[in-house]
Design a protein around this ligand. Structure first.
Ligand code: GLN
Length: 464
């Protein structure tokens, strides 16, 4: 069981100095080092930042909206003058010359970054075990995984070292670890928060998002980070949609996602039906579940094979075999620098983009993606939110090795739906049947505020 210290209060006690508050959180992080949640702790820098904020306030500056909020940043998001490696050997030791836009916006509101968090290499994985820093362990049971790829982000909040973790979600990497660690995890719709300063995995899916205990902190962080950015032309300037009154919200669920044989998802099904007593709920079928995971993996491996071609030993990080020919240097650098999972995905992606197979795989997957979006668009004409499980199981043992190489990929089936459609989605813990049951809610485009509002309403209900 968890014997790590926890500090669950978001509010700095009256009279405590900001450096002391930061120090307390750093100590919690240090005492939980065995969980491998953090890659680097920026002790001196965090304390210096706290002192500077206090000084500025003493000179009349108004405290920022995130004054007193301690945050962690996933190791695939850049912070100026700090190392960032995407948990890979190829980028180990690389120091970023600039900060991600979202990081800048949070820091400008007085958030204090205490460290960077461990994850799957380049965000590729579902358990935070594909990392050069050692697998992330779940604080509720250190023999279990914390989920992935933002596993360290989730644990940084789970142990109480941080109030808010910034992560990335390409196909579930915020929602799934949040669920495995008993927290809320929110991925805004595609293009709502700038990707400037994110180390790309699959650019048409990647989104920055947040993990916290508390959805109100997520809402605050989202409002601070969202909006156009001169460094990312894909950020939409669309305003938030009109308010949907929670009392008349129309919920839908998809029957195909609840196999009768799975007791875990059956509990989520009972929860959703209980919610049907409080809201208008319809159950419909999706008829395309089998296509989701293959489509997601074809498109994301294709995009990653292109994105990761920049790591060649010339421009960033590791360089091996310099004394040989250029080809030798490329080959040796990439062989030494990439882990097995990343190599597998680069090869798969290169295959689906190759001349002979492009139409059979890549083009077809693009069409399926469009079809999935259209299906959801139709569904959203009759409903405001779609409710699903987050996962088909709880966290698995850290040393679990499957004989089926696709098993872990298929575990992403619940989260990739929103990612294929670029829709906002959240995973929240709901008290039900004397347990914390994790529920995923998907919203319509530009409905992030409405999604957070319905989440808060559902969390506040007392269900049996
Ligand atoms: N588990 C999924 C994958 O491995 C999702 C990862 C993510 O969202 N970064 O691709």
């Amino acid at each position: 069981m968890n014997n790590s210290p926890t500090f669950m209060n978001n509010t700095k006690p009256e009279g405590m100095s900001l450096p002391d508050w930061v120090q307390q959180h750093l100590e919690i992080a240090e005492q939980s080092a065995h969980l491998n949640a953090f890659v680097h702790l920026f002790k001196d820098e965090a304390l210096a930042a706290a002192q500077n904020i206090e000084k500025a306030i003493a000179h009349g500056k108004k405290p920022g909206k995130l004054y007193g909020v301690i945050i962690s940043v996933k190791d695939n998001i850049c912070i100026a003058d700090r190392p960032v490696s995407a948990a890979s050997a190829i980028l180990k030791g690389y120091v970023s010359p600039f900060s991600a836009t979202a990081v800048e916006r949070l820091v400008a509101e007085d958030a204090i970054i205490i460290g960077t968090t461990n994850c799957d290499e380049f965000g590729m994985g579902s358990a935070s075990t594909h990392t050069i820093y050692g697998a992330v362990r779940n604080a509720d049971d250190a023999d279990k995984v914390a989920g992935g790829s933002s596993g360290g982000a989730a644990v940084s909040v789970q142990i109480g070292a941080c109030h808010l973790a910034i992560g990335t979600d390409t196909g579930g990497s915020i929602r799934q670890p949040a669920a495995f660690c008993g927290l809320a995890g929110f991925k805004p719709g595609y293009g709502k928060i700038s990707r400037h300063g994110l180390i790309a995995y699959a650019s048409s899916f990647d989104q920055l998002g947040f993990i916290a205990r508390d959805t109100s902190l997520i809402r605050l962080a989202y409002d601070i980070c969202r909006g156009t950015d001169e460094f990312d032309s894909t950020v939409s300037s669309a305003a938030e949609a009109a308010e949907i009154p929670v009392s008349t919200a129309r919920l839908a669920t998809l029957s195909d996602f609840f196999p009768a044989s799975n007791v875990f998802t059956q509990q989520c099904f009972r929860l959703i039906h209980e919610l049907g007593k409080h809201f208008n709920l319809t159950t419909t079928s999706f008829n395309g579940m089998d296509y989701l995971v293959p489509t997601y993996y074809i498109l994301t491996t294709a995009e990653s094979s292109s994105n990761l071609s920049r790591y060649d030993g010339v421009r960033y990080g590791l360089r091996v075999g310099e004394e040989g020919s250029l080809d030798t240097m490329y080959t040796q650098t990439r062989t030494r620098g990439f882990g097995a999972e990343v190599e597998k995905r680069i090869m798969l992606g290169t295959f689906v983009l190759s001349e002979g197979y492009y139409d059979a795989y890549y083009t077809k997957a693009q069409k399926v993606r469009r079809w999935v979006r259209n299906q959801l668009e139709t569904l959203f004409q009759e409903s405001d939110f779609v409710l699903l499980p987050v996962t088909a199981s709880g966290p698995w043992p850290i040393d679990y090795k499957s004989n089926d190489p696709l098993e872990v990929y298929y575990s992403d089936v619940y989260t990739v739906l929103a990612s294929l459609a670029g829709l906002p989605a959240i995973s929240i813990p709901v008290d039900f049947e004397n347990e914390k049951v994790h529920l995923q809610i998907i919203g319509k485009p530009n409905n992030e505020h409405n999604l957070l509002a319905i989440s808060e309403k559902i969390i506040s209900l007392s269900l049996k």
